[in-house]
Design a protein around this ligand. Structure first.
Ligand SMILES: C[S@@+](CC[C@H](N)C(=O)[O-])C[C@H]1O[C@@H](n2cnc3c(N)ncnc32)[C@H](O)[C@@H]1O
Length: 480
């Protein structure tokens, strides 16, 4: 809850409305007036919080004795704000009390604020205190101490101490130190601007195994991948010798996708747990948790987990598994209808912020790519599935439209390694993006081509359907 806008609170002692103006007025009087106000509200945490949040800037001469008293208050938020206000005074005289708070306050939020207040002093004398805090058991306190020490980056002792933290057991501490001292850009491709790609990849579909095709795709050439991989052995078009082999195959593909993805850009994988039917009545069917097992491999490759979006389908559209249970109602044999699939969102790991990615585009492109009103505000996307007479598992166009609009700019190159009937490519084209797709099965590759003559789908002039050989040749034929 924010207390910022509470104007109706009453200063009980003085029977006067507790407002920002009132607090400002007291600030111009001597310090005793504010101290008295705080004291009279000692048992009213809500009022104390209001006072502390509305103190605004404080004069250098401000006497913080009453604030120090509040660092022992029973309410964690009061203590936090008292420490924060003491920190704002930026006076060395409060370092011992702040240090005491770090080691004694039971709240990590208060502890962290105390470290941050010490750090804000930017005072060399606080280096030993912050160094001591590097061994604190709370990683968030350690992170604040690292940040405080980084102000003195260049000081040989500080550098040595911090560099030794590069293998700290906490991942955020490691990331902060590594970013400061050992950051290497993932970016290999320096001559191709971030917002551009190679002409031989633009609006191209290649028939073949994605692993063979990607060998010819240069590093950092695509902006976004959205794909639905084969469902292990749950559908007839995919047969893998084992589940491990299947995960190994996906790992191989997404390693390559990582390489060809531009710095800081996204991969969105649509999967769901699948059931491989039982082989006889004496056996049970087996459920494979693909998204959860694949997640581990993706993060090992260097994909950073960003979000999980749940695609929810209407119950009537999914296979009915609950029928048996509905009749017998016997516990343990409960089998709910699966109405969800996942869209797992990952970003190619980088030290650069999303703002950096956005700055790689001109303002017109950014403006034109802005997402219109009516966008989805939650991570549950209710979309009906699409059935198709030729391909048994195609994306609904709406799913592609959302992913493309939320995760790419106009003119970007969108990739689908498992192109199927080509839904993603057509959606990309309709949304003024470019596409690149690969598809192994000749039947589906030909099916994609059949859309070519239909208006507003793939148009004749710009879409190329190539064999692997033709694709290889096109690389040499095309000028960048
Ligand atoms: C779930 S479907 C994708 C359907 C697609 N999203 C659509 O909207 O039509 C997966 C596709 O991956 C293809 N595939 C499987 N293994 C492949 C491989 N090694 N290389 C390229 N495509 C492959 C399958 O033939 C299948 O069409």
């Amino acid at each position: 809850m924010s207390y910022q806008n509470i104007h109706t609170t009453i200063d009980s002692e003085h029977a006067c409305a507790l407002t920002k103006d009132y607090i400002d007025k007291l600030k111009t009087q001597d310090n005793g007036a504010l101290a008295a106000l705080a004291e009279s509200n000692r048992n009213n945490s809500k009022n104390l919080i209001y006072i502390l949040e509305n103190l605004g800037s404080l004069p250098d001469s401000f006497n913080a004795d009453w604030l120090i008293k509040l660092t022992n208050h029973h309410n964690e938020n009061v203590r936090f704000l008292a420490v924060k206000t003491i920190g704002k005074l930026k006076s060395k005289q409060y370092v011992p009390i702040l240090k005491h708070i770090v080691t004694s306050d039971e709240s990590t939020m208060v502890q962290r604020e105390a470290v941050s207040s010490i750090g804000r002093l930017r005072d060399k004398e606080s280096i030993p205190i912050m160094t001591e805090l590097l061994s604190n058991k709370d990683p968030k306190v350690v992170c604040q101490a690292v940040r405080g020490l980084l102000v003195f980056k260049g000081d040989p002792l500080v550098d040595k101490t911090l560099q030794a933290m590069a293998n700290h057991e906490n991942e955020t501490v490691r990331a902060t130190v590594n970013k400061a001292y050992f950051a290497k850009s993932n970016s290999k491709n320096t001559d191709l601007p971030h917002n551009e790609t190679y002409p031989f990849l633009k609006n191209v579909v290649v028939n073949g195994d994605v692993r063979d095709i990607l060998k010819f795709v240069p590093d950092e050439s695509i902006h976004l991948t959205f794909t639905s991989p084969p469902y292990y052995n749950a559908r007839d078009y995919s047969i893998y010798p084992s589940y491990d082999a299947y995960l190994g195959f996906l790992k191989e593909v997404f390693e390559e996708v990582f390489r060809i993805t531009k710095e800081g850009r996204f991969l969105i994988v649509n999967t769901s747990p699948v059931i491989v039917p039982r082989i006889s009545r004496a056996h049970s069917s087996k459920r494979y948790p693909i998204p959860f097992d694949l997640h581990y491999h993706l993060t090992q490759i260097g994909w950073e987990f960003i979000d999980d979006i749940v695609w929810e389908k209407p119950e009537y559209s999914v296979k009915n598994r609950i029928g048996g249970f509905q009749q017998h109602r016997k516990p343990l044999a409960y089998k709910p209808n699966s109405v969800t699939e996942y869209l797992m969102v990952y970003r190619k790991k980088t030290d650069k912020l999303i703002d950096w990615n956005i700055r790689q585009y001109d303002s017109e492109t950014v403006e034109n790519s802005k997402v219109a009103d009516g966008f989805e505000t939650t991570n549950v996307w209710k979309i009906s599935p699409k059935s198709d007479k030729i391909h048994s598992a195609i994306f609904p166009a709406e799913l592609c439209n959302r992913v493309i609009e939320y995760y790419s700019f106009k003119g970007d190159l969108i990739f689908d390694p498992f192109g199927g009937s080509g839904t993603l490519g057509r959606a990309a084209k309709n949304l003024d993006r470019l596409f690149f797709m690969t598809e192994k099965e000749k039947e589906y590759f030909l099916y994609m081509q059949s859309f070519q003559n239909k208006k507003s789908l793939f148009d004749n002039d710009t879409t190329k359907f190539l064999t692997l050989e033709q694709f290889k040749n096109s690389i040499h034929d095309t000028e960048r």
